[in-house]
Design a binder for this molecule. Sequence first.
Ligand code: F0G
Length: 462
Amino acid sequence: MPATTEARVSRLRCINCGNIADYADQDFRCPTCGDLFEVFFPGWQTGQGLRAQGHTATELKSLWLARRTKFEPENTSGVWRFRDLLPDLNEGHSVITLREGNTPIYDLPHCARAAGIDHLLAKHQGMNPTASFKDTGMTTASSFARQAGFRWVACASTGNTSASMAAYAARGGMRSLVLIPEGKISWGKLAQALDYGAITCQLRTDFDGCVRVLNEVVRNMPVYLLNSVNPYRLEGQKTAAIELLEQLAWQPPDHIVVPGGNLGNSSAIGKALLEMKELGLISRLPKLSVIQARGANPFYRTFHELSGKELIPMHAETLATAIRIGNPASWKKALRVIQATGGTVEQVSEVGMALAKSEIGSDGVGCEPASAVTLAGLKKLVQKGFVKNNESVVLILTGHVLKDPEFTLKFHRGELFAGTEHEQEAQLLKPQQRSPLVLDANVEAVTRTLEEFDRSEQTPPA
Ligand code: F0G
């Protein structure tokens, strides 16, 4: 990486009291007021207005395109390719990268019809190296951890952060400590952390309990915290929005819809949108909206019932274990960017989320349950008139369908809501369910099955 120059200088600023720092304590909290830090870029100020690295918006766009033709790690990474908008590592320090970013955009015609809009796009962050959006932030924050000389990195997680952190720590020659809620993360995510060599502790508590324990650990041990309170994580996660706008030829969509758990991702995407606007990379802001599961909706309540003034922590319950979070750390950052872009917050039911997940699957794309709240939420935003049917919408899909195959199998076998309060409502899922068929090993059995299926498709529903 090139040396830090005056024009590239970034610093940390407390989002509450404005305290400015160049280094944070291990808990990444402002020593004056205890709130979170964010990265800001005083080096962008020039006599000709805001310029990242001294470049105009047009220069940045062509620089980023030119880097696509190069083969060095910091150019093949879809995060570091946009390094002009990221904090710098010091000279002599290299990035830890798995060639993250570079994720595709898909159109979702079936889902667009289901939502009642003309056209719908999804940016699939599940197509990252460890199959979730976390990699885009982990490449930056783990690189800063190694630069700071830490041997250990740690996180509390609902599964994806731990999988990602463990991979990047392994690549960077660091040890990793994972705290996860026992029994409440999917096997796929747990398996990843184990394979990448993390010391994995399943605590008898929920995600919020894991965060409390980890905060104590970090205060007492030389361990680098890689939860999304770490502002360097959010800087990397910003690049999903930059890459999205590049893929859309810098034409902003009307809406971007993201799932909300700990609210780091929405904060990062919103920060990127605001910075792109300030730098003249885009001429108007998409509305950024956050969707939560109804059983894990503290931010929805903050937004609609408490006028954004406070967040009351809750006990969270949802089958979308990735967003089973009752006390989101970054709610103030998320609130600020949602308000700045004119977006909103919506909540969705468990059945609505499950239906949406299968619909995303029907478009041949697929995602994990937490990602599917975006489509379920979009349907509600269309019904409420917040999204018009001719407006352009991009869903951010955060995790790969294979992250949680147990959920998917239970869905198709009709077991997901059996014996729960949602059983009645779950009847509407029947047309989407495709339980595997067990047949005798002969051609007739298979042929009969196809014929029966064709007949049922031709019979109009009663
Ligand atoms: N989608 C998926 C698949 C996630 O794993 C998460 C968060 C979110 C959405 C919500 O993003 O927290 O930035 O609002 N997973 C974290 C974890 C908490 O530990 O893996 P957020």
